[in-house]
Design a protein around this ligand. Structure first.
Ligand code: NAD
Length: 505
C-alpha cells in the first residue's frame, strides 16, 4: 500500500521538476487531500509583487508582440517537450496535490501537451480575411494583433491544464501571461512555471516576465482583475467567482473570458445501448470524485429502460473502488477538503427531506483518517426536478429522474441556470438530431452516446448562461486572445466615400 510518504514524495517531485526550495517555505501549509498531510509552505505574493509581475509582463509584451508568430510557437513547442519529459512527475504532483487518480493526473498533463501541439500549429494559422469592398482601387482586410497581458485565474480541480489552455494560445498570439492559480493547488503551479522557465532557457531570448505565477487567494485575484494593464482576464471557477469578476472587468472595459460552474445532464432513451450508457454515466458522474466542471449531475431515464439501467448503476455505485488515488484500481479519490464534504452532506440531507431515495454518500475511511475526506458517490433517485438537483454541488452526487417524453427531458436539461455540458444516449437518429438542434440542449457541449465530460483539445470548450459564455482551447478560441483590426487600403488616386456619401471641398 502506498499510503504513506506523500510529503517526502512531493518534495522529491518538486525538486526533480526544478522548483527552487526557497519558494516552498514561509507561507501557509499546503496539504494533500490524500492524507491531509502538509506538503510544503509555499510563500504567497503580496500586492507589490503582483504589481511588479504585471509591470514585467507589460514590458515583455512590448517585445513579444514583435516576434513572428511561428517563432513564438517554437517556445510553446519547447514547453510541450519539457512537459513530455516530465509528464510522470507533474502528473504525480497533480495526484498528490489535487487527489486525482494516477491516470487522471497523467491525463491532465497530456491535455497540456495536446494544447501545446495545437497552439504550435496555430502559430502559422492566425488567419484574417480579405473582404470585398464597394470602392474601386481599395482593399479591405482584417488582421489579428496581440492583445497585451492576459491574467489567468484558475480553479483547484484542473490545477495545470486550464492554465495551459490559456497560456499556450495567449503566447502564440503574442501576449504575456500572469497566472494566479487556486490557493488549494499552488505546488503544481510552481512546478509548471519551473518547466516553462526551462523551455524559455532553451529558447533563448524570451523576454523576462513573459509568463509568471503569483500565489495568493481571492484578494490577489481581485487585484489582477482590477488592473487596467491586464487586457484579458480569463477566470475559471465557481459562478459566484464569475459573478464578482465579470462586472469588475467590464467596469474598466477590459475583456473577460469566464469558465464557470456546470450542472450537467444526460438523457437516456429506450433505444440506448445500455452497456455503453452505464460505463459513460459511471465515468462522467463518479470520475474525479465528482469534482469536474463537466461532471454528470442529473440523469433523465425513460421508463422503459429505468428498471434495467438503475440496478446496474446502483451496483456500480456500491462497488466502485474508493481510496488512495495512488493505488492501482482505485477509481474515486478524496474530496478536496472538509468543506466539500460538508456541502455534499447538506445537499443529500435536503434531498432526503424532499423524499428522495439516496444510496451511497457516506464517508469512507481513507489513508489519512479524520484529515482526509473520502466518500462513496451518491445515487439519488428523485420524483421531482427540484431542490439541490437544480444546483451544482461540487461532489459526486447523481440525481436520477424517470422521464419518458423527449421534449420534457430536453426542457429539464435546460432548466438550470448553468449551460455547460449535456448528453443523450439513443440510437434513434431523430432523437439525437433533435437534441443537437436549435430546439435541443442549450449547452456549450452537446454530445451523443458519450458522457458530458468528453472535451478534446481540438474543439472549443465552454458553456452558456451562468457558465459564463467563454470558449477556450480549440476551434477559433484563439480569437479571444487577439484584437481584430479592420484595415482599408486605398491604392487609387481618388477618394470615393462609402455608401455614396459626397463631401466635395
Ligand atoms: P473558486 O471559484 O472557489 O476559485 C477559483 C479561483 O478564483 C481561485 O483561484 C480563487 O482564488 C479565485 N477567486 C475567487 N473569488 C475571486 C474574486 N472575487 N476575484 C478574483 N479571483 C477570485 O472555484 P474552485 O472551488 O477552485 O473550483 C470549482 C469550481 O470551478 C466549480 O464551480 C467548477 O464547476 C468550476 N470550474 C469550471 C470550469 C470550466 O471550464 N467551466 C473548469 C474547472 C472548474
Amino acid at each position: 500500500m502506498t499510503t504513506e510518504g506523500a510529503p517526502a514524495e512531493a518534495r522529491a517531485v518538486l525538486a526533480a521538476l526544478g522548483v527552487p526550495a526557497e519558494r516552498l517555505v514561509g507561507g501557509p501549509a499546503s496539504r494533500t487531500p490524500i492524507t491531509g498531510e502538509k506538503l510544503a509552505e509555499p510563500r504567497l505574493a503580496d500586492a507589490a509583487e503582483l504589481e511588479a509581475a504585471i509591470g514585467r509582463a507589460s514590458a515583455a509584451f512590448e517585445i513579444w508582440r514583435d516576434v513572428p508568430a511561428p517563432r513564438r510557437g517554437e517556445l510553446v513547442r519547447l514547453f510541450g517537450e519539457e512537459l513530455r519529459r516530465s509528464k510522470a512527475a507533474l502528473g504525480r504532483l497533480v495526484t498528490l496535490e489535487a487527489g486525482k487518480i494516477v491516470s487522471e493526473g497523467l491525463g491532465e498533463v497530456q491535455e497540456m501537451i495536446d494544447v501545446c501541439d495545437f497552439a504550435v500549429g496555430l502559430s502559422r494559422q492566425l488567419y484574417g480575411l480579405t473582404i470585398a469592398t464597394e470602392r474601386p482601387d481599395h482593399r479591405m482586410m482584417e488582421t489579428w494583433r496581440p492583445l497585451g497581458v492576459v491574467g489567468v485565474i484558475s480553479a483547484f480541480n484542473f490545477p495545470v491544464a486550464v492554465w495551459a489552455w490559456n497560456a499556450a494560445l495567449a503566447l502564440v498570439c503574442g501576449n504575456a501571461a500572469v497566472w494566479k492559480p487556486s490557493e488549494k493547488t499552488p505546488l503544481t503551479a510552481l512546478a509548471t512555471q519551473a518547466l516553462f522557465e526551462r523551455a524559455a532557457a532553451v529558447f533563448g531570448g524570451a523576454p523576462e516576465g513573459l509568463s509568471s505565477v503569483v500565489l495568493g487567494g481571492r484578494e490577489l485575484g481581485e487585484q489582477l482583475v482590477d488592473d487596467a494593464r491586464v487586457a484579458l482576464v480569463s477566470a475559471t471557477g465557481s459562478t459566484a467567482m464569475g459573478r464578482a469578476v465579470g462586472p469588475r472587468v467590464a467596469s474598466r472595459f477590459g475583456r473577460s473570458l469566464l469558465e464557470l460552474g456546470g450542472n450537467n445532464a444526460a438523457i437516456v432513451r429506450p433505444s440506448a445501448d445500455l452497456d455503453l450508457t452505464l460505463r459513460a454515466v459511471a465515468f462522467s458522474a463518479m470520475g474525479t470524485a465528482g469534482q469536474r466542471c463537466t461532471t454528470l449531475r442529473r440523469l433523465f431515464v425513460h421508463g422503459e429502460v429505468y428498471d434495467n439501467l438503475l440496478p446496474r448503476l446502483r451496483q456500480a455505485y456500491a462497488s466502485v473502488a474508493i481510496g488512495d488515488p495512488r493505488e492501482q484500481g482505485v477509481l474515486v479519490g478524496p474530496l478536496i477538503d472538509g468543506d466539500a464534504f460538508s456541502a455534499m452532506e447538506r445537499a443529500l440531507e435536503r434531498a432526503r427531506l424532499a423524499g428522495a431515495t439516496v444510496s451511497g454518500g457516506e464517508r469512507v475511511e481513507g489513508p489519512g483518517g479524520a484529515e482526509s475526506f473520502y466518500v462513496r458517490p451518491a445515487l439519488v433517485e428523485i420524483a421531482e426536478h427540484a431542490g439541490p438537483a437544480l444546483e451544482e454541488t461540487f461532489a459526486p452526487i447523481l440525481y436520477v429522474l424517470r422521464c419518458d417524453d423527449l421534449d420534457e427531458a430536453i426542457a429539464l436539461n435546460n432548466a438550470v441556470p448553468q449551460g455547460l455540458a449535456s448528453a443523450i444516449f439513443t440510437n434513434d437518429l431523430r432523437e439525437a438530431e433533435r437534441f443537437l438542434s436549435a430546439r435541443g440542449s442549450d449547452c456549450g457541449i452537446v454530445n451523443v452516446n458519450i458522457g458530458p465530460s468528453g472535451a478534446e483539445i481540438g474543439g472549443a470548450f465552454g458553456g452558456e448562461k451562468e457558465t459564463g459564455g467563454g470558449r477556450e482551447s480549440g476551434s477559433d478560441s484563439w480569437k479571444a486572445y487577439m484584437r481584430r483590426a479592420t484595415n482599408t487600403v486605398n491604392y487609387g488616386a481618388t477618394l470615393p466615400l462609402a455608401q455614396g456619401v459626397r463631401f466635395d471641398i
